[in-house]
Design a protein around this ligand. Structure first.
Ligand code: LRH
Ligand code: MN
Length: 388
C-alpha cells in the first residue's frame, strides 16, 4: 500500500466523538442564549449527532452526560442511536451541580457527601452496562477557594478511595478516564489540576485507568503535545476532550483558536502510530457553541480534526528522522512546517466523494434543510442545557 493509500485509509478510519451537551444550550455566567431547534431531550441530541456522522462519515459515537442525558430506558436510547447510525460513547459523570457538592464531591470533608458522589459514579457504570459504552469519563470540580479551607493531602486520600471503589466496579473491557483542569470553578486548589496528578492516580489504580487531556484545561503557554508524547510513552493516554481557547476554558471549536497546536498534537499521535481506533485513543469533542449554530459548528470541528490529522499524515517521516539524526534543526523544522502548510482540503474532499459523501459537509448541511426542519418541529417543551 502506498503512503498516500495508507494515509487515506487512516483518515477514513478516524472517528471523532461528539458531545451530547454541545447540541444543547450553553453559555457563561452572564448569559445562556437559546437557539431555534435546540434538542429537548437525549433522543433529539442523538438525532443531531447522527446528522453530523451522516455528513462527515467521521463521527460514529456520541458521549452522554449524566444526569443531563438521564432517561428511563437506556437500552432504548442505545437502540435509538443504533437506528440512527451512531453508538453511545463515553459516559460522563456529573458531581459538580448538586447543592451538596459546594465543598466538593468525592473530596468533600463529609463522608456522607462522598458516599453520594461515589454512588453516582457507580450509577454511571450501570449506564455503561445498559448502553454498551466501554468508557467512563470522570471530571471533578472539587477544590478549594482559600488557603486553609481544607487539607490538600486529606482530599487526595478521599479522592483515591472513591476512585479505587469505582475502578473495582469496572467490568470486562470497561475503562475510566480521569480528566484534569487547572482551575474553575475552584480558584485556589483543584484536586485534579494537572496531568501529573491524574497520571499518578491512574497509575496507582491500574491498567483500566487512563488520563484524558482536555485541551482547554492548561495554564497559558503549556506545551500540550509534550504531555501527549509523555503519556503515550507511559501507555497512560486514554483520549482527548478537544476544543480550543484564547484565554481559559473557552470551549471554542477545536482548531479555531490554534490550528497549529492541533496539528502538533496529531503529529505526536501519528508519530506514535496510535491513530487507529484499535489503539484506543478517544478523540472526543468537548465544546460549547454559545452564539454560533451548533450542528454546523460541530461539523466544522470534526473537519478541523480531520484536516490537522491529514496534515500530520503528510509529514515526510523519513526526511524528518534523518534531519533529526543529523541535528539539522532548520531542516527538521522545515519538513514539519511543509506538512502543516500543505493544503489537504482538496484531497479530503476527494476522499469524501469516494466514500459517497458530499465533498463539502458544512455546505451539505445548509442545503439539507435540517436546520429549518428542527426549528419548525422542536417547538414547545424545554430546550436542553446544562441545567445549572
Ligand atoms: C469541565 C469539562 C468536563 C465536562 C464538562 C462538560 O470543564 O471539560 O469534561 O464534564 O466540561
Ligand atoms: Mn472536558
Amino acid at each position: 500500500m502506498t503512503d498516500n493509500a495508507k494515509a487515506a485509509s487512516a483518515v477514513r478510519r478516524l472517528g471523532v466523538e461528539t458531545a451530547s451537551w454541545a447540541y444543547a444550550n450553553s453559555g457563561t455566567r452572564f448569559k445562556v442564549f437559546g437557539q431555534p431547534g435546540v434538542p429537548r431531550d437525549p433522543y433529539e441530541k442523538i438525532d443531531d449527532a447522527a446528522v453530523v456522522h451522516r455528513l462527515t462519515g467521521a463521527a460514529p459515537t456520541v458521549a452522554l452526560h449524566i444526569p443531563w442525558d438521564k432517561v428511563d430506558d437506556y437500552d432504548g436510547l442505545a437502540k435509538h442511536a443504533e437506528a440512527q447510525g451512531v453508538r453511545i460513547g463515553a459516559i460522563n459523570s456529573n458531581v459538580f451541580q448538586d447543592d451538596d457538592y459546594k465543598l466538593g464531591s468525592v473530596c468533600h470533608p463529609d463522608p456522607a457527601v462522598r458516599r453520594k458522589a461515589t454512588d453516582h459514579l457507580l450509577e454511571c457504570i450501570d449506564i455503561m452496562d445498559a448502553t454498551g459504552s466501554d468508557t467512563l469519563k470522570l471530571w471533578f470540580a472539587d477544590g478549594t477557594n482559600y488557603p486553609g479551607q481544607d487539607s490538600i493531602r486529606a482530599r487526595q486520600d478521599r479522592l483515591a478511595e472513591a476512585l479505587r471503589e469505582t475502578y473495582g466496579r469496572l467490568g470486562g473491557e470497561q475503562r475510566m478516564l480521569l480528566e484534569y483542569k487547572l482551575f474553575e470553578p475552584s480558584f485556589y486548589t483543584t484536586d485534579v489540576p494537572d496531568w501529573g496528578t491524574s497520571y499518578v492516580h491512574c497509575t496507582e489504580l491500574g491498567p483500566k485507568a487512563q488520563v484524558v487531556i482536555d485541551t482547554g484545561h492548561h495554564a497559558p503557554g503549556t506545551n500540550i503535545e509534550f504531555i501527549v508524547a509523555f503519556l503515550l510513552r507511559a501507555g497512560k493516554l486514554g483520549g482527548f476532550d478537544f476544543n480550543s481557547r484564547f484565554y481559559a476554558d473557552d470551549d471554542l471549536m477545536v482548531g479555531a483558536a490554534d490550528p497549529f497546536q492541533l496539528f502538533r498534537i496529531m503529529h505526536e499521535i501519528v508519530d506514535a502510530d496510535v491513530l487507529a481506533p484499535e489503539a484506543g485513543i478517544a478523540f472526543m469533542l468537548d465544546q460549547c457553541h454559545n452564539i454560533e449554530p451548533k450542528i454546523p459548528a460541530i461539523i466544522r470541528s470534526v473537519l478541523n480534526v480531520q484536516e490537522m490529522t491529514a496534515k500530520a499524515l503528510k509529514v515526510d517521516a523519513a526526511a524528518l528522522a534523518e534531519a533529526q539524526r543529523n541535528g539539522d534543526v532548520l531542516g527538521a523544522n522545515q519538513v514539519f512546517m511543509d506538512a502543516f502548510y500543505t493544503d489537504v482540503r482538496p484531497w479530503l474532499a476527494q476522499l469524501r466523494e469516494e466514500q459517497g459523501l458530499d465533498p463539502d459537509p458544512v455546505g451539505a448541511y445548509h442545503r439539507s434543510g435540517y436546520a429549518e426542519k428542527i426549528a419548525a418541529d422542536r417547538v414547545g417543551g424545554q430546550q436542553a442545557g446544562w441545567g445549572a
